[in-house]
Design a binder for this molecule. Structure first.
Ligand SMILES: Nc1nc2c(c(=O)[nH]1)N[C@@H](CN(C=O)c1ccc(C(=O)N[C@@H](CCC(=O)O)C(=O)O)cc1)CN2
Length: 301
């Protein structure tokens, strides 16, 4: 059995970003409009800071207007809701994103519900969740990570997933649940599993498409993977790497990558797999939002 193909999310993300850039230029030339993205972060979670900086930088690279709102950890829920309200009313902003997780004293659900649905480029608003859950993803903003993962899956397998068994490990609102809905809409037979699923290894072994989104470093071992499965690893976990020197760390996914190489037919690496797609799809969603605000229908990504 040959080694799994490495799915290059970084290269696919770069192609999507290049298309976003070109479409943003077209919007500017034809309608005099510039997409605007506002990203808000509360507190100092180091990983969140990195993601927010990447999003703002990528928005600028795409030619968007980019606003970054960095709020202190003690910021009240009312203050954050006030910012969301101002951004909702700002016609130069087409996408609003509040970085998660939020500090415990802020109700994330309330904040997400406050974002105008037409600016919810994260795809977390209940209306977008409902559209995706009822097979109307084309009219919704699809959450960026599952949207990116679906592109990678389709690149490997094609559009028609009928007859394929998909197992999604993880049931978060950001990844697991929408991922399962998208796979179902593509006619896969879908199981959602999680840390409390009985005999998780055996459930994973049934998967032609295995999506790991549990946030536990290398939890999914090589022998949990069906021979020839397509493995999409959404986990981004930082673990100690003493072999690189004292105090050093490295990133790993939820899948034991080296073990999986001998079993899967294709697999996303961490880093360089699904992660870069998340940011590319955020740019795509923001572009779509700007086109819609201008009364135009954009090309789909
Ligand atoms: N409001 C949101 N909050 C969060 C989301 C989200 O989609 N919207 N998703 C995650 C984090 N996330 C984006 O915010 C994200 C995670 C990972 C990456 C990424 O590019 N990872 C790289 C490695 C990066 C590194 O070196 O640390 C990779 O996998 O190659 C981008 C975005 C939670 N919060």
């Amino acid at each position: 059995m040959s080694e799994a193909k490495r799915i290059d999310g970084k290269a696919t993300a770069a192609r999507i970003v290049a298309r976003v850039k070109a479409e943003a230029e077209r919007l500017r030339a034809e309608a005099g409009m510039r997409p605007g993205l506002a990203v808000a972060i509360v507190g100092e979670d180091p990983a969140s800071q990195v993601y927010v900086a990447s999003k703002a930088r990528m928005a600028e690279e795409c030619g968007f207007r980019s606003e970054r709102h960095v709020l202190a950890a003690e910021t009240s829920e009312a203050e954050l809701l006030g910012l969301v309200e101002r951004l909702n009313a700002d016609p130069t902003i087409h996408g609003i994103l509040v970085q998660l997780p939020l500090p415990k004293h802020i109700d994330a659900g309330k904040v997400i519900r406050a974002i105008a649905v037409e600016k919810d480029v994260d795809g977390f608003h209940l209306t977008n969740v409902g559209l995706i859950g009822t097979g109307q993803a084309a009219a919704a903003f699809v959450p960026c990570t599952p949207a990116g993962a679906m592109i990678l899956i389709r690149d490997v397998i094609g559009d028609d997933l009928s007859g394929r068994r998909a197992v999604v490990v993880g049931r978060s609102n950001i990844v697991g649940k929408p991922m399962a809905q998208l796979l179902l809409a593509a006619d896969a037979t879908v199981t959602i599993a999680h840390s409390r699923t009985a005999d998780l290894a055996e459930v994973c072994r049934t998967a032609d498409i295995l999506v790991a989104a549990v946030g536990r470093p290398q939890m999914i071992r090589g022998d949990w993977i069906r021979q020839g499965a397509v493995v999409i690893d959404v986990g981004v976990n930082r673990i100690p790497a003493p072999e690189r020197g004292e105090g050093r760390t490295r990133l790993v996914g939820d899948v034991a990558y080296d073990e999986a190489l001998g079993r899967a037919s294709a697999i996303t690496p961490v880093p360089g797999g699904v992660g870069p797609m998340t940011i590319a799809m955020l740019m795509a969603n923001t572009l779509v939002s700007a086109f819609r605000a201008g009364g135009q229908e954009p090309s789909r990504f």
